[in-house]
Design a protein around this ligand. Structure first.
Ligand SMILES: NC(=O)c1ccc[n+]([C@@H]2O[C@H](COP(=O)([O-])OP(=O)(O)OC[C@H]3O[C@@H](n4cnc5c(N)ncnc54)[C@H](OP(=O)(O)O)[C@@H]3O)[C@@H](O)[C@H]2O)c1
Length: 339
């Protein structure tokens, strides 16, 4: 049997392209004692993968040229030489952009049998959901009555941030990239308002729109995108406001950096408004994963919290789907379903 995999063929110069990836087939090695063979059912595509394509080290090592692209998967055990795992069990783990994988089981999480779809372990009940929960509760320390602005509001992280914030009694304003996404954010997710960043003609207009939607100013900005959204939000922050810096996707490929707000202006606003700007990386918060799952799983089960998935079929579609994700082409958690 062969394993299909997608490797990094070359590093992107600016915006990534399909040519940066290469498909390969490799023969499955024989299982050794203690190992298990996994068939991948779902692959998660996430913005952080863009950073791993660059050569420079950030909070994690980059993917090497010729190495399999990193990614979290849901997979089924199809053969096992490991007493801890039985054939037919479902697990999640960092297996990469592959059809099958061999593992010693150490870094895998078993997915308990339930009526919740298994792929939510990669989205609303997985890393992105945990990020939303940590960012809102532990980093921003949101309180009832406050106003929060959430960028990439219809996405995997943003959609849960806003819903949890509404449940806590905050005024919640989203920013998203189309009319349809904004309607979903207000009508389905229950946000109090949503600004379509694609429809604003200038930063000035964007800033005024934010002010109109947030008449009492902004206490918390949940930062997912940076770029002109940050420019429009920052002047509307209240004194002693908090910014939870989760991501800055609009800058990941270097676009928009020339037009970005001058650093001295940004820094001055942080001082004058006495803002607390707190970057966070979810891998530092592994310990709170059970608490997050305990709180959010029942809300998913009861339908109180909604989530949306953007499902593409076939590993061969992973590169093009990933490129779309980086440009707002997804509507909901981006997932690849493998046959
Ligand atoms: N700190 C951490 O540990 C951590 C963990 C997970 C995720 N993150 C970060 O959280 C953010 C959201 O991740 P996600 O998985 O939930 O992705 P997502 O929101 O499901 O998808 C990415 C979204 O970003 C928006 N976007 C892309 N380019 C943009 C641009 N130039 N300007 C404005 N918006 C743009 C698009 O939404 P619109 O069409 O609505 O603009 C796109 O749909 C990312 O920045 C990611 O890196 C951080």
């Amino acid at each position: 049997m062969n394993i299909d995999r997608v490797v990094l063929a070359e590093r992107p110069k600016g915006e990534p392209t399909k040519e940066n990836f290469r498909f390969e087939k490799v023969e499955t090695p024989k299982l050794q004692k203690g190992e298990l063979l996994l068939k991948v059912k779902w692959l998660s595509l996430d913005p952080y993968m863009r950073g791993r394509m660059d050569g420079s080290k950030s909070y994690a090592e980059p993917v090497s040229i010729g190495e399999t692209m990193q990614g979290e998967c849901v997979a089924e055990v199809i053969d096992s030489q490991n007493n801890g795992f039985k054939v037919g069990e479902l697990v999640s783990g960092q297996l990469g952009w592959v059809s099958h994988a061999i593992s010693n089981g150490k870094q895998l999480r078993k997915i308990p049998k339930s009526n919740i779809p298994e792929q939510t372990s990669l989205g609303v009940l997985g890393m992105p959901g945990h990020t939303a929960w940590v960012g809102l509760n532990k980093i921003a320390k949101a309180s009832p009555g406050e106003t929060i602005v959430v960028s990439a509001a219809s996405g995997a992280v943003g959609s849960l941030v806003g819903q949890l914030a509404k449940k806590k009694g905050l005024r919640v304003i989203g920013v998203a990239g189309s009319k349809i996404k904004c309607s979903y954010v207000t009508e389905e997710l229950g946000y109090d308002g949503c600004i379509n960043h694609q429809s604003v003609a200038s930063v000035g207009e964007f800033k005024e729109l934010v002010a109109r939607y947030c008449p009492k100013g902004i206490d918390i900005y949940f930062e997912n995108v940076a770029g002109i959204t940050l420019d429009a939000v920052l002047p509307n922050m209240n004194e002693f406001g908090r910014i939870a810096v989760c991501g800055m996707i609009s800058w990941y490929s270097g676009k928009g950096l020339q037009e970005a707000m001058a650093f001295p202006k940004f820094w001055r606003t942080v001082l004058v408004k006495r803002l607390r700007v707190n970057g966070f990386i979810i891998f530092d918060h592994k310990g709170s994963f059970p608490e997050f799952r305990k709180e959010v799983s029942p809300l998913i089960q009861s339908g109180e919290i909604k989530y949306k998935e953007d499902i593409r079929d076939g590993l061969e579609r992973a590169p093009e789907s990933f490129l779309e994700l980086l440009n707002g082409g997804n509507f909901g958690k981006m997932l690849i379903r493998l046959k």
